[in-house]
Structures are given as structure tokens and as C-alpha cells.
Ligand binder design. Structure first.
Ligand code: COA
Length: 150
């Protein structure tokens, strides 16, 4: 169900002061905290270097976030590529188009930085994220994910 017209969602740049609300959503979504990750990300966000880091706010409360970044020559790919780093929407506000709006704003920002293609990693069994990205137009790419336990 979409948000009622009376509740308008604001998409705005992520601020260091959003940390607590973002971490609270992250715990609800992932089931565990990742404080080092967010500390590192918010430091980068503060520098605003080639990143699109946004939050979705409803009546003054953060309900979702997205971080994307622009880079060149990652993994030998010559074109200007963008990475979708993380995304999360408060489970109480999912299926209302919040992630779609975050995604569209992030994409527009990355395009403005010269990004020509978007890439991300999703766990094979994470059908919810897969369905979301599929709906946003992402398709299986040409890269193979390799791993080694050390
Ligand atoms: C994936 C996620 C971001 C979607 O957020 P959302 O705000 O609910 O998504 P939207 O409402 O904008 O959905 C857009 C489209 O994506 C698809 N979609 C999203 N959630 C879906 C679900 N649970 N089941 C099926 N399709 C889904 C639908 O096609 C939807 O369009 P529709 O509602 O018109 O059918 C959210 O479920 C989430 O935060 N999941 C956890 C993400 C995570 O693990 N992050 C950490 C690692 S990156």
C-alpha cells in the first residue's frame, strides 16, 4: 500500500546526526548491529566524496536509507561505474515505495557524477532484495563472485 497523500516523504542527504535512527533501522532489517560499518560510512559521507548517501524522512523520522558510490576502473571495468552499497527501509514502512524513491534519487545523483552503469551484490537467496532490484531494472551481470575462506 502506498503512503497516503497527506504523508509526504522527503528524500535528503544523510547527515552524521542520522546515525542513531539509521542504526535502529539497520538492526530491525538485518537483525544485528554493524557499528564499525556505519562509523566508516558516515565519515566518508561527511567528506561527500563521490557518494550519494540519502535518507527518506517521514514527518521528521528517518524511515529508510541508501548509499551509492561512483568509481572508475574497479575490477578492471573501464566505464564509469556506480556501486549500490547498502539500502534499508524500516520494516513497518516497507512496500510503500520508500526504497523506490531512494533508489531513483540516488541514481539521478550518480548519473550527475558521470556514472554510466550500476552494480551491486545480493545474496542468492535474498528474494526480497532481488525482487526489488529486478523491479528497479537491474539484471544479472557478467561478473562472477569468487571467495576463499582464510
Ligand atoms: C528491499 C527493500 C529495500 C525494499 O524496500 P521497500 O521500501 O519496501 O520497497 P518499495 O516499496 O519501494 O518496492 C518497490 C518494488 O520492489 C519490489 N519489492 C519490494 N519489496 C518486496 C517484497 N518484500 N516482495 C516482493 N517484491 C518486493 C516490488 O516490485 C515493489 O513494487 P510494488 O510494491 O509496486 O509491487 C526492503 O525490503 C529492505 O530494507 N530489505 C532489507 C535490505 C537489506 O537486507 N539491506 C542490508 C544489505 S544491503
Amino acid at each position: 500500500m502506498k503512503l497516503p497523500a497527506s504523508q509526504s516523504l522527503a528524500i535528503r542527504p544523510m547527515q552524521p546526526t542520522d546515525l542513531d535512527q539509521i542504526v535502529a533501522i539497520d538492526i530491525k532489517v538485518l537483525g544485528q548491529p554493524r557499528p564499525e560499518y556505519w562509523e566508516m560510512k558516515l565519515e566518508l559521507v561527511a567528506k561527500r566524496s563521490q557518494m550519494a548517501a540519502l535518507v527518506a524522512e517521514l514527518e521528521g523520522q528517518v524511515k529508510g536509507f541508501i548509499i551509492g558510490g561512483a568509481s572508475r576502473w574497479e575490477y578492471g571495468m573501464p566505464e564509469n561505474i556506480g556501486w549500490i552499497d547498502t539500502i534499508g527501509v524500516d520494516p513497518d514502512f516497507q512496500r510503500k515505495g520508500v526504497a523506490r524513491q531512494l533508489f531513483e534519487h540516488m541514481t539521478a545523483e550518480l548519473k550527475g557524477m558521470g556514472v554510466e552503469s550500476l552494480h551491486t551484490f545480493v545474496k542468492r537467496r535474498d528474494w526480497r532484495l532481488l525482487k526489488f532490484f529486478h523491479n528497479m531494472g537491474l539484471k544479472e551481470g557478467d561478473m562472477v563472485n569468487l571467495e576463499l575462506d582464510l
